[in-house]
Design a protein around this ligand. Structure first.
Ligand SMILES: Cc1cc2nc3c(=O)[nH]c(=O)nc-3n(C[C@H](O)[C@H](O)[C@H](O)COP(=O)(O)OP(=O)(O)OC[C@H]3O[C@@H](n4cnc5c(N)ncnc54)[C@H](O)[C@@H]3O)c2cc1C
Length: 596
């Protein structure tokens, strides 16, 4: 069975040495009293919950899966899940970064982000039960009426109730404009909602007393397409005026999907038969409200793969030091043993270092974005709020797609380190690979993320937000440009920054002629910009590691080696990505459809 040790040292490095989050957070009125000890203590305690309570349920949960009783429509998650959830709620974990006005602890988003990374490492399928609640909380916090907030937010904050997002229908996934679920207005101001949703994560379970479904549906007079979609709260149990639970609402789980991974999370086919709902936000503007939840969920999905990358790396590194096979080509390294540990073989090291670099780079980028989110939510300077919001919007598709693509590569490499044993269930490595695969698909496929990045977030505003982010990189390059020790990091970073600028302009020009050029280049483009972000944070990390190398703390030596590996072996991928992005539309569209 795999083991998990919360990566507290690297989290502390990223927060307190790389990003100086406490200084930044203290500028925000909501976090004026925050200090490093509080952040560290919360994450240390949270790490214990992850390692001791939910990690031991990961393998068994995968083997057991969820069960649906077709007569009662009740779903039972695997053994131990309900008890672990009770412990999670009693520990106050759901409330970590929620608004104190609704019973939250008001801690920064980045603390919650760290907690969720560890939860995802320990047990992604379990984590999705509370994980979706957080997105529902954010959508209602941003768009709910005072009455909706007082009814639902305290219960979601405490974890007594969980949330879902119900968008997908059998004929409509990416293109939500096609959705058919109907909402009929009632005389009392509520709506009767009828339709079928599929693939609804945590759609039914017995972990919490009530489930708050956020459902997209159409009003009878709604215009066609995505401009005719409204958002509704549809609770599993209706809520009485005094907040107690009332009658069972007409929303049921009709089936569970049989799927490749995350077996322990219930992926439900949901049927709505005149279910009673209340509208969130304005009629026909439901997608805007739902986008709050979707953006939170996109960052959350990137974090799922970060968690899996970390745990897969930890187990593969331990295995590689223990497993002996063959001798090093340069001669025995463990002559007292019958063979050398496989960690002496260069390619095993390449696989391990790839996963390690993707985990460390992903952690730095995710924590940076969480800090920008804290500023966007809590700064008292409107300009700063807007600037941070724009930066979070720019980097969200990169976190979602780059980290999940990396997670797939990393978990697959780590499984490979185990050889045949990696393919066997008991070791847990094949589960990480299977679980990681969905992260590239849901919450908008990674292709859709790349179109969002290049089409909307970059070309959509003439590259203005990207240029602002680029200026941060350029000023670091300028500061460190004369440091000889930093040349190995600064030169490739500066070079990639220039190449991204040129590539963006070139695709922008082509897109004027034919908008399909964006679709032809976007996936490669996102990966290039993802590498630019990682290179920036690895270069900054290397600077700190170089300064502190003499301290004798091996952490800094390892950080420096990882940064060097990243620049030498992973970043060069951008050369071929830029080439394929520039190859454009023609090789993709030239072949007639009939020939496929
Ligand atoms: C385990 C699991 C859990 C899920 N949980 C939820 C949930 O909780 N709530 C929910 O509402 N949904 C959920 N989903 C649904 C998920 O978000 C969708 O599957 C996903 O958004 C893709 O939609 P689709 O499956 O209909 O694929 P389609 O939209 O049919 O796409 C098929 C392919 O076409 C590509 N494509 C589509 N349009 C374009 C385009 N314009 N340009 C380029 N390529 C394009 C896609 O990238 C994809 O590769 C879940 C799915 C799974 C499998």
């Amino acid at each position: 069975m795999p083991t998990y040790t919360p990566p507290l040292r690297d989290m502390q490095f990223v927060m307190h040495e790389l990003l100086n989050v406490v200084d930044e957070l203290k500028m925000l009125p909501a976090h004026a009293d925050i200090d490093a000890d509080t952040i560290n203590a919360v994450l240390e305690e949270g790490g214990k919950f992850c390692a001791e309570v939910i990690a031991p349920l990961n393998l068994s949960g995968d083997a057991e899966g969820c069960k649906l009783d077709k007569t009662t429509h009740e779903v039972t998650p695997p053994k131990g899940f309900k008890e672990a959830y009770k412990q999670y709620v009693e520990g106050g974990w759901p409330a970590l970064s929620c608004d104190p006005a609704y019973g939250g602890q008001g801690l920064p988003v980045l603390v919650n982000q760290g907690m969720y990374e560890m939860m995802n490492s320990a047990n992604q399928a379990w984590t999705m039960y509370p994980g979706l609640s957080h997105g529902a909380y954010e959508a209602l916090h941003a768009h709910g009426t005072p009455e909706q907030k007082s009814t639902y937010l305290t219960k979601l904050t405490s974890g007594e109730w969980t949330g879902t997002m119900c968008l997908t229908e059998p004929h409509c996934g990416t293109d939500l404009g096609l959705l058919r679920t109907k909402a009929e207005p009632q005389a009392d101001g509520t709506y009767k909602i009828t339709g079928a949703k599929i693939f609804i994560s945590a759609g039914e379970h017995d972990l919490a007393a009530n489930i708050v479904h956020l459902v997209l549906a159409r009003l009878p007079d709604a215009p066609a397409g995505s401009k005719g979609i409204s958002l509704f709260i549809v609770p599993k149990f209706l809520v009485n005026a005094d907040g107690t639970l009332g009658a069972r609402n007409g929303i049921f789980c009709a089936g569970l999907e049989h799927k490749m991974g995350i077996h322990a999370n219930s992926t439900c086919q949901m049927v709505l038969e005149g279910a009673i709902g209340t509208m969130v936000g304005e009629p026909n503007k439901g997608l805007a409200a739902m986008f709050v939840m979707m953006n939170a969920a996109r960052l959350g999905v990137g974090n799922q793969s970060l968690g899996l990358t970390e745990v897969a790396y930890q187990n593969a590194a331990a295995y590689a030091k223990d497993r002996i096979q063959m001798r090093a080509l340069s001669g025995p390294k463990a002559p007292d043993k019958a063979a050398d540990p496989i960690i002496v073989h260069p390619d095993v090291r390449k696989m391990l270092l790839t996963a390690r670099a993707y985990a460390e780079g992903g952690r730095a980028l995710s924590t940076y974005v969480a800090l920008q989110l804290d500023k966007a939510l809590s700064s008292d300077d409107e300009d700063e709020r807007k600037e941070c919001e724009a930066e979070v919007a720019l980097l969200t598709p990169i976190i979602k797609a780059f980290l999940t693509d990396n997670g797939w590569i990393a978990t697959s490499h780590c499984m490979q380190v185990f050889g045949g044993h990696g393919f066997i269930h008991e070791w847990g490595m094949e589960q990480f690979v299977r679980d990681a695969r969905i992260n590239m698909i849901y919450e908008g496929t990674n292709t859709i993320q790349s179109l969002d990045l290049l089409g909307r977030k970059v070309l959509g505003n003439n590259g203005a937000t990207l240029k602002k982010f680029g200026k941060k990189i350029a000023s670091f390059v300028e500061e460190e440009g004369t440091s000889e020790a930093m040349q190995e990091f600064i030169n490739p970073l500066a070079d990639l920054g220039d190449k991204v600028t040129k590539l963006t302009t070139e695709i922008g020009m082509k897109a004027f002629q034919n908008p399909d050029e964006v679709g032809a280049a976007a996936v490669d483009y996102l990966r290039v910009v993802g590498h630019l972000c990682f290179a920036y944070f690895f270069a900054r990390s290397a600077k700190i590691a170089l300064e502190k190398q003499g301290s004798g703390d091996p952490f800094y030596t390892a950080k420096l080696h990882t940064a060097r590996f990243y620049f030498a072996k992973l970043l060069p991928e951008t050369a071929s990505l830029i080439r394929t992005a520039r190859a454009g539309l023609q090789p993709l569209m030239a072949m007639d459809e009939a020939l496929f």
